[in-house]
Design a protein around this ligand. Structure first.
Ligand code: NAD
Length: 424
């Protein structure tokens, strides 16, 4: 008698392979025709540049940067720029593809792009960071612009970095071009509400999930991994709505308090100490332990590949809201689904950022600026509508929410691609 050993497939960790796997699952569910499928699986354009810049001691350094445009069928490419030592071209390709589907989910007239520099920005002085950002902008200036491709902040980039990009691009043009980036300082044509938009959109999606599941957000326990733009502001907003955030973390580790964490106190501690770790009245936990805490709502708001087939069986929040891009691998998805975790997938949960980036761009092009209330109301309308769209596709097609969100986003991009046809 021969025993056939089932060979376990190697788990996928490369972010671009993850993105392609997620795409394939939704493309199958949509019964997408072969031509559209092979076109949308790959990015349209990848630009890798060497970025030489001068260090403060007068020596020179060269780092590698990327800008990837995944698809521009529905409008200019849109997506953030990340400065991180683990940036790779494949990561940027994945992030660009996710931007395409995200803009499709919330129905913005954009395609997807992303940029990144393989560098540890924490090891650079402000002046070094500025010189590197300006040189990178100069190198990718051939493909960006208000009608072509509009960058924004992402991990370890912020409004100041966007100001340098805007200024560098503007100096090359010879006239002010604020629409080349979003997430800028307000005084340079930024939008009110943009800084809070990713967390506000995520909070809004969580409120919709609570309504859908018949739960009360007030009093629910929350854990947040990552304490930057998305994570720390989500702490503020959820705390203000009466939820109890019991654990948060950053790259140095996490903290826990069963009584709940006050956002003001944690943010003040991070400001002074450089990390949430050590905030008074809290216990230290690891990032891995945070993910497995018994909480009602879990918000990954840091990097990719945090929830895998290894830890997924022990991750059982009522709601998993992916503020980060790509925090869950395709092998973890069915485990979470089987365990009854209600997933708000990244391309829906964090779409508030690109939505208000779109509002910022519209305001820049019109030279007419909106109040914060107008911005927030328009954002909430889009988030609530998109949540309802995703849940209705999931129910109609008996698929989980990630596949439903992909079906919505890919479906819109596929339609545009079909109508435009192949050029040449
Ligand atoms: P950020 O740079 O403001 O913050 C990143 C946070 O993650 C920091 O607190 C950092 O310490 C923490 N971190 C880094 N490595 C970590 C690790 N290994 N474990 C735990 N924490 C770690 O970045 P951000 O803009 O808040 O982005 C966070 C996530 O949200 C990313 O996946 C990003 O793509 C996504 N996102 C951001 C926006 C936006 O508008 N900023 C929009 C959509 C999606």
């Amino acid at each position: 008698m021969s025993v056939v050993l089932e060979k376990k497939a190697t788990p996928i960790r490369n972010p671009f392979e993850v993105a392609q796997r997620q795409f394939d699952i939704a493309a199958d569910a949509l019964q997408l025709e072969e031509g559209i499928r092979i076109k949308l699986r790959v990015p349209r354009r990848c630009l890798t540049v060497s970025v030489p810049f001068e260090l403060d001691d007068g020596s020179w350094r060269v780092v590698q940067g990327h800008r990837v445009q995944h698809d521009v069928s529905r409008g200019p490419a849109k997506g953030g720029i990340r400065f991180h030592p683990q940036v790779t071209l494949d990561e940027v390709k994945a992030l660009a593809a996710w931007m395409t589907w995200k803009c499709g989910v919330v129905n913005l007239p954009y395609g997807g792009a992303k940029g990144g520099i393989e560098v540890d920005p924490k090891a650079l002085s402000m002046h070094e960071l500025e010189r590197m950002t300006r040189r990178y902008t100069n190198e990718i200036a051939i493909i960006i612009g208000p009608e072509k491709d509009i960058p924004a902040p992402d991990v370890y980039t912020d409004a100041q970095v966007m100001a340098w990009i805007m200024d560098t691009f503007t100096m090359r043009q010879g006239f002010a071009s604020p629409g080349v980036v979003t997430g800028k300082p307000i005084s340079l044509g930024g939008s009110l509400g943009r800084r809070e938009a990713t967390a506000r959109g995520c909070t809004c999606a969580i409120e919709e999930a609570c309504k859908h599941l018949g739960l009360q957000l007030q009093g629910m326990t929350v854990a947040i991994q990552g304490y930057g733009n998305a994570g720390s502001i989500a702490h503020d907003l959820l705390h203000a709505r009466g939820a109890k955030v019991v654990a948060v973390s950053d790259s140095r580790g996490g903290i826990h308090s069963a009584r709940g964490l006050d956002p003001k106190a944690v943010q003040a501690h991070k400001q002074n100490a450089g990390s949430v770790v050590g905030a008074p009245g809290t216990d230290r936990i690891s990032n891995d332990e945070l993910l497995e805490l018994k909480v009602d709502i879990l918000i990954p708001a840091a990097l990719e590949n945090q929830i895998t087939e290894e830890n997924a069986p022990r991750i059982r929040p009522k709601i998993l809201a992916e503020a980060a891009n790509g925090p869950t691998t395709p092998d973890a998805d069915p485990i979470l689904h089987e365990n009854g975790v209600f997933l708000i997938p990244d391309i829906l949960a964090n779409a508030g950022g690109v939505t208000v980036s779109y509002f910022e761009w519209v305001q820049d092009l019109a030279n007419y600026f909106w109040t914060e209330d107008e911005v927030n109301q328009k954002l909430e309308t889009i988030m609530r509508r998109s949540f309802a769209d995703v849940v209705s596709i999931a129910e109609k097609n008996h698929v989980h929410n990630r596949t439903a969100a992909y079906m919505l986003g890919i479906g819109r991009v596929a339609e545009a691609t079909r109508l435009r046809g192949l050029y040449g």
